[in-house]
Ligand binder design. Structure first.
Ligand code: ATP
Length: 234
C-alpha cells in the first residue's frame, strides 16, 4: 500500500472529528472519500498532509510511519495537496504561484512547469495574470497545478468540483483522470458523490468521523443506501 491510515482519532478541542478511521490507497489508484457536510473528509486529508495532528492511530506512507512528521517533509516524500478553498496567492502571477508549489524541489523545474501547462493550457495562456483575478475554475486548475509541481506520488484533492459550473466539473474530472493515467495516485474528497464515484476505482463512505462503507466505486454507485443518501436517488 502506498498510503495506510490506521485507526486514527483527530480532535478539534473537545470535538472528536475522526473516531478511529482506517483506509488504504494502493499505488496507481483513484480513491474517493464521500460523505455529508462535517463528516470529516477534509480533516482526513489534513491529517494525511500533516496539517492536523493525530490523537491516536498511525499514518503510513510507502510503509513508513509518518504520523509525527511535519507537513513540509511529507511534501518532499511525495504527498501533494490541493486544499479546499484553493489557497492560491492572489497577488502573485499564475507562474509565480506555480513556482511556489515547487519550493520544496531543488533545481530546475521547467519540465514540471511544462507538464502543468500541458494539462492546463488555460494556465499557460494566463501565466502573467494575477492569481486572484483568475475565475473560480481557473483558480481550481491553478491549485491542482501547484500541487503537481512537487511531483507527488499521491495527490490529495479536497472538493475539486466546488463552485464550478457543470461543464468545468467534467473538465476537471477528466484532467484528474489524465493525471492518474500519467502515474500519480489520487485520493479525492467530494460532496459531488456521483462524479466522484464515476471517477474513482474505489471509494469510502464517511459518516461522523467513521468509515461506514468501502467498495469498488461501481458497486457504491449501484448501492440503494448510497443512492438514497448521497446520490439524490431512487
Ligand atoms: P465539508 O464537506 O462540509 O467540508 P467535511 O466532511 O470535510 O465537511 P471536516 O471539515 O473534516 O468535514 O469537519 C469534521 C468535523 O470537525 C465537523 O464537525 C467540523 O465542524 C469540525 N471541525 C473542522 N474544522 C474545525 C476547526 N478548525 N475547529 C473546530 N471544529 C472543526
Amino acid at each position: 500500500m502506498l498510503l495506510e491510515i490506521q485507526d486514527i482519532r483527530v480532535h478539534y478541542g473537545k470535538i472528536e472529528a475522526l473516531k478511529g478511521l482506517s483506509l488504504e490507497v494502493a499505488e496507481g489508484e483513484i480513491v474517493s472519500l464521500i460523505g455529508a457536510n462535517g463528516a470529516g473528509k477534509s480533516t482526513t486529508l489534513k491529517t494525511i498532509s500533516g496539517l492536523r495532528p493525530l490523537s491516536s492511530g498511525r499514518v503510513l506512507f510507502d510503509g513508513r510511519d509518518i504520523s509525527k512528521m511535519p507537513g513540509h517533509k511529507r511534501v518532499v516524500l511525495g504527498i501533494g495537496q490541493s486544499p479546499e478553498g484553493r489557497g492560491i496567492f492572489p497577488g502573485m502571477t499564475v507562474e509565480e504561484n506555480l513556482h511556489m508549489g515547487a519550493y520544496a524541489r531543488k533545481g530546475d523545474v521547467t519540465k514540471e512547469l511544462d507538464e502543468v501547462y500541458g494539462l492546463f493550457p488555460r494556465l499557460a495562456e494566463r501565466k502573467k495574470q494575477a492569481g486572484g483575478t483568475m475565475s473560480g475554475g481557473e483558480q481550481q486548475m491553478l491549485a491542482i497545478g501547484r500541487a503537481l509541481m512537487t511531483k507527488p506520488k499521491v495527490l490529495l484533492l479536497d472538493e475539486p468540483s466546488m463552485g464550478l459550473a457543470p461543464m468545468l466539473i467534467q473538465q476537471i474530472f477528466q484532467i484528474i483522470e489524465e493525471i492518474n493515467r500519467r502515474g500519480t495516485t489520487v485520493l479525492v474528497v467530494e460532496q459531488n458523490a456521483q462524479q466522484a464515484l464515476q471517477l474513482a476505482h474505489r471509494a469510502y463512505v464517511l459518516e461522523t468521523g467513521r468509515i461506514v462503507k468501502s467498495a469498488p466505486a461501481s458497486e457504491l454507485l449501484a448501492d440503494p443506501q448510497v443512492r438514497a443518501a448521497y446520490l439524490g436517488g431512487d
